[in-house]
Structures are given as structure tokens and as C-alpha cells.
Design a protein around this ligand. Sequence first.
Ligand code: UDP
Length: 404
Amino acid sequence: MERNETEEFSLPRVEDYEQYIGREAVARILGKASKLRDLHVINVNSTYYGGGVAELLSSLTLLMNGAGIRTGWRVLQGRPDFFNITKRMHNALQGDQINFNELKRDIYEDVVFENAARMHLDHDIVIIHDPQPLPLIRHFRKKAPWVWRCHVDLTHPDPDLWEYLREFVEDYDAVVLSLPEYAQNITTPQRFIMPAINPFSSTNKELTEEEIDERLSHYGIPTDLPLVVQISRFDKWKDPQGVIDAFRIARKEVDATLVLVGNIATDDPEGQEIFSDIVKCAEDRIIVLSVQDSALVNALQRRAAVVLQKSLREGFGLTVAEAMWKGTVVIGGDVGGIKKQIEDGVNGFLVDSVEDAAQKMVCVLRDPALRESMGHAARETVRSRFLMTRLMEDWLDLIASFVP
Ligand code: UDP
């Protein structure tokens, strides 16, 4: 059925990015998109909100539609036991161990089969995100290219689990990973595409100082001292405890308020438990909030004197790119995608211990000139490498490689 576009409701356009990427880049991307206009593309992932994949898909699918490529997004439905299993799989792909017994396999494969029965995928390109919907490919007579887009840090996957998943992965026509470092020994061609952010989303759009004040006061966040912020799902790989420990050390030397904000994704059953543990650490000047409020995320990333993303594993840190875009200095874990986003000492800091994080926190909090110059470099990094139009162009190139 034809979609109706009205003046009041219109899709984002590549042209909106001209102010950041220039007229030539806009024309080049639109040229590539126009060659793929007739295609019908579908994405499948496992949550509509919470976490970077949902954030990416919500922006990218609209921008693709704005450029005339019919791009859909479906979400896998599953009971909590299914998501318990897939979260363990996710952890094991990032280095944990898993007892992936027959019972778990059956639940995993049955739920994906049930979804396949309801999902009529007859598109020109099918893009499957992460391990949760990976076996879908088994249930279709494949007529089009299927791409598996894996967002996790695959440096140390559990070997047995990977061996099992590889059977599905090798049915795909291409695998897209965030970094060459995550490449696996598989027969499927592997491509590397780093994620990106949407500067116009409610998480990233410009805010006035009044709007920022309003959001912070709504949650009772004091602004009398500099803010140290980490925004992340409550997940052990994000090391919220490490952030609190580092803050406690740093506070012996500089006064500040720590704010940890997280949401809980529907496909992440561990979140509630980790939040319950971390909230016990809340005290004077340590605020722990579990909310889904992108305007608050935006306000905090803008007002923070420093943002932490002290991850122990991170395929790619969207929160890192978001804060950098706002000209805020980020202290990130020296792992995975963050290593490629932050150039240590140039546009932020990379750290590999609690003590290191504490020391960098003190250094940034004490030095407004450093915040200014590094923040500037950080924004420029995101402008040139991590805006949604670059991500869209990478996908257009990949899709074009499948079209005769
Ligand atoms: N996010 C949010 N509210 C929160 C925590 C996170 O909206 O309380 C968003 C955040 O702004 C980012 C995404 O969720 O866009 C998280 O992506 P990231 O790549 O940092 O981590 P992931 O959750 O995918 O591991």
C-alpha cells in the first residue's frame, strides 16, 4: 500500500546532513540510493528499544526510507526464557562460558522457528541482527541475499558456542562486523561497518541550557558540582561498579557528582538484577537511575564535565559517539570499538583499570582548557566518521554489491 507523506509528518532526508557533511557527499549518497530505489529491504533484531541496535535501526531505517528505499524493521518475539538463553549466548560470544545444552538449543531454535512462521520474508535483501534471530535463515527458501549483522565484540567467543552458530552463519551471503579484529574463520565473506549516530534524534539534537536544566531538575540531579556521567544498560560488560569505585577514588581529590543512568532492554533479562545491585551503592553524590528518557541522556551528555564508558567489552560504543558529538570528553575502556573511536590523549582517554579511570577523571575535572580542546576534537571525530549518512553509505555500497 502507498504511504502518505504530509507536511506535518515527513521522513528524515540525507539533505538534512548537508550542514555537517557537505553538498558533494549528500549528492554522492543520494546517487547511490537512487540506483537501489526499487529494492525492498528488511531488518530483523530482537528489541524495539534499549541498546544500540534498536537505536541504530530506528534512525537508519527512516533515513533509508527518506531516500526512497523501502526498508522495514521487524522485532523477534520471545518469552523471558528465550531471552535468558540468548543473553547468555551474547555473554559467551563476548568471552564468558556457557553450558549450551540440548534444552537451551531446543528453546532457542523453536522460538526462532515460531517467529519464522509468522514472518513473511520475501524481500530483496534480508538483514538479520545479532545471534537471537540468526537461525531464521533455516526456515526460508532463500531467494535473496541474507546478511548477518553481528554487533557484539567477537574477539574471544566461546569456541563451542561459536562452532554451533557457525553452521547458521555460513548459510548467509555476508557477515557484517564492526571491526576487522572481530573477523572469524568462516567461509562467508566478512565486511566491516562501524555504527553511527543520528544528530537529529532526541538523544542528540541541540538543547538549550534551560532545556538541560529542566531535565536534570526533573530527576533531582544537582548541578552545583561538576557532573561525571555514565549512560549504559545495566550490564556487567559496562562495568558500572568499576565506575563507582573509580569515582570514589577521584573524589578524594576533586569534588563532583556521579550520575549513572541506564535502561533495561526487553531482550536483556540480567538488567534488573544488575540495577538492583548497583542502586545499593547510591549515596550522597552518587546517583543511580533506571529510566528510559533520551532527553535526559542528551542533557547529561551535554552538561557532563566528563562522560565515562568504562566497558570491559564493547562492540562499538554508541554512547561514546553520542557524548563526543556533544563536545564532551569521554574516558572509555580500552577495548573493542572504543579503541577505534577514541584516540588516547587526543579526543578522549582510554583506560584499562579503575585507578587509571580515577586518575583521568581528576585530570579532566581539573582542567577546563583540556575539556574545551579535547571536546572540540571529539566532535570533529564524530562529524567526519560517525554520522548516520556514513553508515547509510556503507550499507548502500554493500547492498549494491549484491545487485546485478
Ligand atoms: N541508552 C538510552 N538510555 C539509557 C541507556 C542507553 O537511551 O538509559 C541508549 C544510548 O543513548 C545508546 C544506546 O542506548 O544510543 C546504547 O548503545 P551502546 O552502543 O552504547 O550500547 P549497547 O546497549 O548497544 O551495548
